[in-house]
Design a protein around this ligand. Structure first.
Ligand code: PLP
Length: 422
């Protein structure tokens, strides 16, 4: 295919997309191909990808081992729906049951993270007969209406008329001002107050085990345990949103394993399909029994997506990617911590899900503007890093889990130069 180039793409986006659509970089490249941890632009320039399409490409771009299975499935059978019997989706459900925590073993397949969170919330309502939700400030759960209603990041709440009376927000256990422990005590006190006043109306609390878009926020070790104990007293379920953290990203198969807590319902998406859209909500036999009215998703469990996902799980296991993410994550963290710069406030996260909180020692620039300058400088040096955070001032490192130490060395050395030149 001939490449029309970034200017033509920007112009077509301007004409045919909504103004809501935005992009990274003042001078963005046209990305035309990918191979494992590398991306290539229209001029053949090679970039090392440290964002993985927002934590999707855990097994790398156009991974040949996985592609082989996807293409094989594409050429045999593309689509039927759950109304017909096909093999990949049941194989995937069985494989998931083996890796999901605790007694979680039943899975409903859909396509996006938002949709899977909606399904999980419907399930919680059906099971408990209650309808309210508790959610954390700083959390992101999706673009659909209920998922957006429980999203605690102002930037992603695009409608002022979201369902307010049914959603109770409590503060996330993180505060740069007071520190984690004080923030956790405050968050739990707020949870106690909400449960005491409204526990009989609330069906579930949603939380990401590590907030992604909220700025890579990992909670104190016992936070979710304390939360779960409190929720159980009121018959409130815990839905854990592993859309961004799942499938090895944090150095565990699922990030909830860092906390020694088994949720009632687990939601996954993104990395499961390594670029082919697929998402899940999974639960125990007991809770699944309440989901007994007919339901189906046209594309959920599609043979191509399901076969690809089985291949992804095989690849993660065969290439020991969970352990690799843990080891390389520790190495990357060490290297980031060695960078000395007035612009770095904190390094957060674990595994290959790390965030660098940026601060501005300069009066003329905000921390968000500095973050953009870092992204731009890194792109010019052939590294694509991400950004997130409440104020869009956290540099995100979420590379494909197939990167090497050499990639990390080269990236951190470029970053050191970019920070020095700010
Ligand atoms: C934690 C989390 N949940 C849900 C979503 C929404 O997923 P999707 O964009 O696939 O609907 C996202 C998207 O980034 C996410 O990070």
């Amino acid at each position: 295919m001939s490449h029309i180039g970034p200017d033509a793409i920007l112009s077509k986006r301007k004409s045919y997309f909504y103004p809501a659509t935005y992009h990274f970089y003042k001078n963005p490249p046209q990305i035309v191909s990918g191979s494992m941890q590398y991306l290539y632009d229209h001029n053949g320039k090679k970039y090392t990808d440290f964002f993985a399409g927002v934590s999707v490409m855990n097994c790398g771009h156009s991974n040949p081992e996985i592609l082989q299975d996807t293409i094989d499935q594409l050429s045999q059978l593309q689509h039927t729906t759950t109304l017909y019997l096909t093999q990949p989706m049941v194989e995937l459900a069985e494989r998931l049951a083996a890796v999901l925590p605790g007694d979680i073993k039943r899975t409903f397949f859909c396509v996006t993270g938002s949709e899977a969170n909606e399904g999980a919330m419907a399930l919680a309502r059906l099971h408990t007969g209650k309808s309210g939700f508790i959610a954390l400030t700083g959390g992101l759960h999706g673009r659909t209406y209920l998922a957006m209603s429980v999203t605690g990041l102002p930037m992603w709440r695009i409608d002022d008329n979201l369902n307010k009376e049914k959603v109770f927000f409590i503060d996330r256990p993180y505060s740069a001002e007071t520190g984690y422990e004080a923030a956790m005590a405050k968050s739990l006190a707020q949870l106690d107050a909400v449960l005491e006043a409204h526990g009989s109306e609330i069906c579930a609390m949603l939380a990401e085990p590590i907030q992604g878009n909220g700025g890579i926020i990992k909670y104190p070790g016992n936070y979710l345990n304390e939360v779960k104990t409190r929720l159980e007293k009121y018959g409130v379920l815990l839905i854990v949103d592993e859309v961004q953290t799942g499938y090895g990203r944090t150095g565990k198969m699922f990030a909830i394993e860092h906390y020694d807590v088994v949720p009632d319902i687990m939601v996954t998406a993104k990395a499961l399909g390594n670029g082919i859209p697929i998402s899940t909500f999974s639960t125990t036999d007991a809770i699944a029994a309440s989901f007994n009215r007919s339901s189906a998703s046209t594309f959920g469990g599609n043979p191509v997506a399901a076969r690809t996902a089985v291949s992804v799980l095989n690849y993660i296991e065969k290439h020991d990617l969970v352990r690799k993410a843990d080891e390389l994550g520790k190495y990357l963290r060490e290297k980031l911590e060695q960078l000395s710069s007035d612009f770095i406030q904190e390094i957060r996260g674990c595994g290959l899900m790390l965030g660098m909180q940026i601060q501005s020692p300069r009066l003329d620039l905000t921390s968000a503007e500095i973050t953009d300058m870092i992204l731009e400088g890194m792109k010019d040096r052939d590294f694509l890093v991400g950004k997130n955070g409440w104020n869009r001032d956290v540099v995100a490192f979420q590379p494909p889990l197939v990167i090497s130490k050499e990639d990390i060395d080269a990236m951190t050395s470029a970053l050191s130069e970019v920070l020095r030149l700010l």
